[in-house]
Design a protein around this ligand. Structure first.
Ligand SMILES: [Zn+2]
Length: 297
């Protein structure tokens, strides 16, 4: 999170949830529904049977906890198996604390945060925090976990330089790009043949779900219990957050983030994703076929 992003999200949370006593009380859901109905079509939810096993691939402890973990709580509550793969332990994240101590602390906080939303397993690849490099080795290591866990959906973040919350952090860009490439690698028998030697057959993931994408296609209603569990998952990073000057209270922050996204779905609190279906032909294929048929007359 950048400071400007924090300010934006804090402002959103204040606007919707923390008006002064004299201001009119507007419930987040009502305001959101009205705005969405006036301006856009609502973002649809995923179908309940779209996926059953999810793997979230992120760079650092706490990366999942800024909204996505509330969606994770909604999924695990209905029996979806969700695991986390962290590429680093976030050891470079606390200026006043040596990396070895920070790694230990942030590992413990991540495991506690994961438990709060029902995650089945948390794995760490131990790449260096702050210096994560896009590489074939990183792709292979992510592909290995994908083949072993066999998820039908992989969740990761954007690899764009600029995104919804401002300029994207270097490790976050690398993590997103390596995750999408590893998703394809995991399905290709002839890429990383050493994985076959380890007994790991190709696995074809159907969905890539990108969080924080400015062009969301699907959403998860997290109103109520999932939101509460998502807040608890960020609160689990208490010692880490205490070292970030001006970081808003987790409750205010997650309420604000999910209220902003809820507006697009017509619910009080939501988490939005851009979903790519790797088992469907790209939309351009149907357009191209139609164009060819039109030429045929
Ligand atoms: Zn991060």
């Amino acid at each position: 999170m950048t400071e400007s992003a924090l300010q934006e999200l804090l402002a959103a949370g204040s606007e919707r949830g923390s008006r002064s006593p004299s201001a009119p009380v507007i419930l987040p859901g009502q305001a959101a529904v009205t705005l969405s109905a006036m301006t856009t079509d609502l973002i649809p939810p995923f179908a309940d049977d779209d996926f059953h096993r999810v793997l979230c691939v992120v760079a650092h402890p706490d990366d999942v906890e800024y909204g996505t973990s509330s969606a994770v709580a909604a999924w695990t509550a209905r029996g979806v198996d969700v695991a986390y793969l962290l590429l680093t332990r976030g050891e470079a994240g606390m200026d006043g604390s040596p990396p070895e101590r920070t790694a230990q602390l942030r590992t413990e906080e991540q495991i506690a945060g994961s438990r709060a939303v029902g995650v089945s397993e948390v794995e760490f690849l131990d790449y260096p925090d702050g210096m994560l490099e896009y590489s074939l080795g990183l792709r292979r290591d992510i592909a290995r976990v994908i083949r072993r866990r066999k998820p039908d959906a992989v969740v990761s973040g954007s690899w764009e330089v600029e995104g919804r919350i401002g300029l994207n952090q270097a490790d976050h860009r690398v993590a997103g790009l390596a995750a999408v490439d590893a998703l394809r690698d995991a399905a290709n028998r002839w890429v990383f043949p050493e994985l076959l030697d380890e007994g790991l057959e190709p696995h074809s993931v159907r969905w890539l779900l990108l969080s924080g994408d400015p062009r969301p296609t699907h959403g998860v209603d997290v109103t109520g219990e999932p939101l509460e569990r998502g807040i608890a998952s960020l609160e689990a990073h208490a010692q880490y957050l205490a070292g970030i000057p001006g970081h808003p209270e987790p409750r205010l922050m997650i309420r604000g983030i999910t209220a902003l996204q809820g507006g697009a779905m017509g619910v009080p609190n939501a988490v939005l994703f851009r979903a790519w279906d790797f088992h469907a032909p790209p939309p351009i294929a149907a357009e191209a076929l139609a164009a060819a048929q039109a030429q045929d007359g």
